[in-house]
Design a protein around this ligand. Structure first.
Ligand SMILES: [Zn+2]
Length: 339
């Protein structure tokens, strides 16, 4: 399916001019400074492509036999200031990476368990591929498997929110890549990443950041972005609420970033989520709460009243994203009927 005609049609369609009736804000929201981004990713390039695998200059090898196509990535982020709302231009390249944990059963990592380790890995790959869950899975032995093509959408992030200095992203399946480690991070579980997984995660992140110009602050965990709109709580999915080794992946400690779902859209969190979070994410959560308090005070509103306004903005943003998505799918279907 060609994207260009769809883009052109969209730009001409009324969908492209949908406006969001955002209540006027007295002052721009103050977006906290992200942690220092550190050095940009090293230049990384494809060295060889063969049926079944690709080799990159930084040592990354990707197994490609399982990769499938879904729908091409096409999305419009929302503008950041003075309030999240106005749609920006269409984009086809990923804006960030969401890291996941598979949270399935894990045999102990020792030679006697090799058979079971392999069976568990194959089971995960089959399940994740069938459901188009992630772009990449890094198995216990550090092998990187592409399950969904990078150009396409994977069903990894569900209801979710993130933002950077330029844009707000709502429901990240269409805008972020999904990278899953075969690992467990649920409360009570012993978080285990093998050194091979950490190394592969680092070179994979480096390649993807270099290829798409992804800023370091847009490489975050599912727990940081996941929201539940039914009760306006964050952390509906809580994988990697703690202990993702950001530094070993060549990234700053992005847990320290205040979740945009809280300070832009008024989401709250359960005590249990706060307690399950690591120290850095707790600091990020407290900073986001403080942002809400300060913004409410600047408007002479109670935090609860301000949160309600932010919740309203979220509903408008989601409705806008859904309208555009539906229009895109309609256009894509028309395109397939009349190529
Ligand atoms: Zn996840």
């Amino acid at each position: 399916m060609a994207l260009v005609p769809i883009l052109a049609a969209l730009l001409l369609s009324s969908v492209g001019t949908v406006s969001v009736a955002v209540p006027p804000a007295p002052a721009p929201l103050v977006v906290p400074e992200p942690p220092r981004s550190g050095a940009p990713p090293a230049t990384t390039w494809l060295v060889e492509r063969h049926p079944g695998w690709e080799q990159f200059s930084n040592g990354l090898r990707i197994e490609t036999n399982l990769a499938v196509r879904t729908q091409p990535r096409l999305y419009r982020p929302l503008s950041q200031n003075p309030a999240p709302g106005a749609p920006l231009g269409f984009r086809t390249e990923p804006a960030g990476i969401v890291f996941h944990a598979s949270e399935g059963p894990l045999a102990s990592f020792e030679p006697e368990q090799t058979g079971l380790l392999k069976r568990q890995g194959l089971g995960l790959l089959a399940y994740a591929r069938r459901h188009r869950l992630y772009h990449y899975v890094v198995d216990r032995f550090g092998r990187v498997h592409r399950l969904v093509e990078e150009t396409d959408v994977a069903d990894h992030a569900g209801q979710s929110v993130w933002a950077d200095a330029d844009a707000v992203y709502v429901n990240l399946n269409t805008s972020f890549l999904g990278v899953a480690f075969e690992a467990r991070t649920s409360p009570g579980a012993e978080t285990t990443l093998s050194s091979a997984q950490i190394h592969s995660g680092k070179v994979l992140t480096e390649m993807l950041r270099h290829r798409y110009g992804i800023p370091a602050e847009n490489c975050v965990t599912h727990a940081q972005v996941s929201v539940n709109p039914l009760n306006f709580r964050i952390g509906y999915h809580s994988d990697w609420a703690r202990e993702l080794p950001f530094s070993a992946l060549g990234l700053p400690d992005n847990y320290l970033q205040p979740p945009p779902s809280v300070y832009l859209f008024g989401f709250a969190y359960e005590r249990a989520f706060f307690e399950a979070a690591g120290a850095s994410l707790r600091a990020g959560l407290l900073r986001s709460e403080e942002e809400v308090r300060q913004a409410a005070a600047a408007r002479s509103l109670s935090p609860a009243r301000w949160r309600a306004e932010l919740n309203h903005r979220y509903r408008q943003a989601v409705s806008q994203v859904k309208t555009e998505r539906a229009a895109l799918e309609k256009l894509a279907a028309r395109e397939e009927l009349h190529p």
